[in-house]
Design a protein around this ligand. Structure first.
Ligand code: SF4
Ligand code: SF4
Length: 419
C-alpha cells in the first residue's frame, strides 16, 4: 500500500505536535531513514526466516528528562500522582555520562519535566548549562514555584528554547485550590510576577502559560477534580498582561488502570455539546487577545476533542516506532513514552542505562527488544496518542516498497527537534 504523504499526516495536529514534519528536517531525517531501512530489513528477514540484521544505534533524538519525582504541590489533576515523591534518585555522574553519550550519538533536544518539579533538583542549573554546552535544544515545564531558579540560568537558553508554566487557572483562589502549594505565599499573582524575570533575562526564550482544562465529573481515580473552564479567557488575559508569549489549552488527562494516560471527556457531568459550547466560548474570548506578541495555542488533544475525532487517535499500529526517537529518562528508569512514564511494561531499563559501558549503552539493545515486545495496539488502545499519525506513516513506509528518499523527503526550515 502506498503511504499517504507526510503533509496529510500533519493536517490534524498543532504545529508543535507535527512530528512527521519535524522528523523530515535535514538534522533529524538521516537517523529516521536509517531506522526505516533497518525495519524494512527486519520485516523481510522475518518473512524469509533468516536472522534479523543488527539494529542501528537507536539513540533517541529527543528525551523527556525527569530530574526528580519530588513535588511541592499536591494537584488533584496530577497525571503523575502515583509516581511522585519516590525515594529513587539519579546517580549524578551516570546522568551526566548518559547525556553526553546521547548528545554525541544523535540526541538533539531535552524537555525537563514530568513526575515532579524539575527546579527542586539541586543540580537543575548545572544540568541546563551542561545540556546547552552539548549544543542541545532545551525546554522546561515547571509549576512556577521556583521561577528565580530558572531566571538565574535563563541566560544559557537560545532561540527556540522554551519554558512553560503549568498554571491552569485565572484567579489566585482557584490556582491555590487546584494546586495546593506547600508555601502559603505562592499565589498565581506572585508567580506571574516572578515569571517576568525569566523573560527579562533572556527575551529569546519563549515563555508559555499552560492551562489544563478540567470539568465537573473529571476524576483522578476517586478524587473529584475542580473545574476551571470559566477561567480560560481570564487566564489568557493575565498571561498576556504578564508578558507571556502564549497560553496553551489542553484537555484533562487521567491514568487508566493499566497506567496509560487517557482522555476521558465522557466522564463530564454535562452533555458533550454543552461542554464544547462552553469551551468554544472561552476560546473565542481568549483568541481575541492574540496579537504579534501573544498567541493562543490549541493543543492537538483539544483540536480532536472539539472535532470529536479523538477516538481515531487511539488506534495504534502494533509497533510504536516513536519509541526509537523519543524516550523518558527518569530516576525510576528509562521509559518508551511519556504516556507510560513509570509503567513496568514500558520500561526500557535502569536510569543509568544510557551511560556507556565499554563504549556502548545497554539501552540500545533494550530499545530494539521493546520495539518487538511492546504491543502498542493493545497497550495504547485508550491513549489519544499525539504520535498516532507518524507511527502509522512509518508503518506504511516500512510496508511499502517505495523509495524512502522520495517518500520521506527533506523539509528544511526552522529547527524544532522537541518530540
Ligand atoms: S505540580 Fe505537576 S507534578 Fe506537582 S502535583 Fe501538580 S501536576 Fe503533579
Ligand atoms: S503508540 Fe503512542 S502512546 Fe503508545 S507508546 Fe507509542 S507514542 Fe506512546
Amino acid at each position: 500500500m502506498k503511504p499517504p504523504p507526510a503533509s496529510q499526516v500533519s493536517a490534524q495536529v498543532a504545529p508543535i505536535h507535527d512530528f512527521a514534519r519535524k522528523l523530515q528536517h535535514p538534522d533529524l531525517r538521516p537517523q529516521v531513514l536509517e531506522y526505516l531501512s533497518w525495519r524494512r530489513e527486519v520485516a523481510r528477514t522475518k518473512l524469509s526466516g533468516v536472522c534479523a540484521p543488527a539494529s542501528p544505534p537507536l539513540v533517541p533524538l529527543s528525551i523527556n528528562l525527569d530530574l526528580t519525582t519530588a513535588c511541592n504541590y499536591a494537584c488533584d489533576h496530577c497525571i503523575d500522582w502515583e509516581a511522585l515523591n519516590q525515594p529513587a534518585r539519579h546517580d549524578e555522574l551516570a546522568l551526566f555520562d548518559s547525556l553526553e553519550y546521547l548528545a554525541a550519538n544523535g540526541l538533539r533536544s531535552v524537555i525537563l519535566l514530568g513526575g515532579g518539579e524539575p527546579t527542586l533538583h539541586p543540580a537543575f542549573s548545572r544540568v541546563v548549562r551542561f545540556l546547552k554546552e552539548l549544543g542541545l535544544q532545551v525546554a522546561v515545564v515547571t509549576n512556577g514555584s521556583r521561577n528565580e531558579v530558572i531566571a538565574a540560568v535563563a541566560d544559557a537558553f537560545t532561540s527556540g528554547d522554551w519554558v512553560r508554566l503549568s498554571l491552569d487557572a485565572g484567579t489566585d483562589e482557584l490556582f491555590r485550590a487546584m494546586h495546593k502549594p506547600r508555601s502559603a505565599d505562592l499565589t498565581l499573582t506572585a508567580i506571574l510576577k516572578s515569571a517576568g524575570q525569566i523573560k527579562s533575562t533572556n527575551s529569546e526564550l519563549s515563555l508559555g502559560f499552560s492551562f489544563v482544562m478540567t470539568w465537573r465529573g473529571a476524576l483522578r481515580h476517586d478524587i473529584q477534580v475542580l473545574e476551571n473552564l470559566d477561567e480560560m479567557a481570564f487566564a489568557a488575559q493575565r498571561a498576556k498582561s504578564a508578558g507571556f508569549d502564549y497560553i496553551s489549552f489542553k484537555p484533562f488527562l487521567t491514568r487508566a488502570m493499566e497506567g496509560a494516560e487517557v482522555m476521558s471527556p465522557d466522564a463530564a457531568l454535562e452533555a458533550h455539546e454543552v461542554l464544547l459550547t462552553r469551551i468554544q466560548a472561552q476560546l473565542t474570548r481568549a483568541t481575541a487577545l492574540q496579537d504579534d506578541a501573544f498567541r493562543v495555542v490549541e493543543s492537538t488533544n483539544l483540536r480532536v476533542l472539539i472535532q470529536n475525532t479523538w477516538q481515531e487517535m487511539t488506534r495504534q499500529p502494533a509497533i510504536c516506532h516513536m519509541q526509537a526517537f523519543r524516550q523518558v529518562l527518569s530516576p525510576l528508569g528509562v521509559f518508551n513514552c511519556p504516556a507510560h512514564r513509570g509503567v513496568a511494561k514500558a520500561r526500557i531499563g535502569e536510569a543509568h542505562d544510557w551511560a556507556p559501558q565499554d563504549g556502548v549503552a545497554k539501552a540500545t539493545s533494550a530499545t530494539s527488544a521493546l520495539l518487538d515486545s511492546f504491543d502498542a495496539c493493545h497497550e495504547c488502545a485508550e491513549v489519544t496518542c499525539l504520535y498516532h499519525g507518524v507511527n502509522h506513516l512509518f508503518e506504511r513506509l516500512i510496508e511499502s516498497g517505495q523509495d524512502l528518499e522520495t517518500a520521506f523527503p527533506e523539509v528544511a526550515g526552522r529547527r524544532d527537534s522537541f518530540l
